[in-house]
Design a protein around this ligand. Sequence first.
Ligand code: GLV
Ligand code: GLV
Length: 324
Amino acid sequence: MDRPTLYITRLLPQPVLEAIPKDYRILAGTTDHSPTADELRRGFAEADAVICTLSDAIDASLLSEATRLKVIANYAVGYNNIDVPAATQRGVIVTNTPDVLTDATADLTWALLLGVARRLVEGDRWLRRGGWPGWSPTQLLGADISGKTLGIIGMGRIGQAVAKRASGFQMRVIYTGRHTVASPPDVTWVHQPLDAVLAQSDFLSLHVPLNTATHHLIGARELGLMKPTAFLINTSRGAVIDESALIAALETKSIGGAALDVYAQEPHVPTALTSLSNVVLLPHLGSATLETRVRMGLICLRNIAAVLEGRPAPNQVNRGVPQR
Ligand code: GLV
Ligand code: GLV
């Protein structure tokens, strides 16, 4: 095969760029920005392999012009940004980056949980504004975490990593998901129907992939089942929640608060959310540690090398790709 062309839609951390095999021809922008539709089209038209991100929408029309393309390595565990059936139909292998970001994402989920329960961001903002008059018995009172009930929706790798961390807080863990999972020694994770998890949780955390079955999984009805003191945490995908229903629930205080890392229309965040004090808002940082982002890049490269060399890709998400 000629020198393979690798199109990378975004600038990746330096150690990843340095690990790209020297015989690849690299197509990349010189500055980091979300590629324009034209840039994406040109990149896909020339590439044998692509590394793209969760904010790049890879649709059938883009794929129809990608005549040389053999593999799309999505720089994310979630791959809802890619029309996978269209890729499969064209014989393009799609891969993701599971496992390496599980701990980073579970850690950030806990940062959000702790942050919203203990009013961390509100406190920081208040102090910086210079308004803090000194300690008071009734100031910025939050909610206890220890001993409470943590509800997890989607008990995959990340859901389980979040649940494991709850042991240190002596929390009761309940979850809903397609499968029951084994609890670690000394704790019991209880599998329950969705509505029971919604009704009993003090903290509810979402860890499902976004697909047609999970789109707006949490809407007005589900929010209505939650305790008025409960906090909703989302580090999965924004569209798993009906954002307007969430805003209504927060405005009417039918739930205690929310801590979000993801939004339905990123990077757009509704002003109704940014103007509420009982929410913590992060700019999609789930996997954002240097170590994790380097590991994600190396996995992308490993998958690409496998496909280009005719070996099975370790993290292929589409089965049954026809040979070409
Ligand atoms: C991040 O959101 C990912 O899916 O990796
Ligand atoms: C993703 O890695 C998950 O299974 O939660």
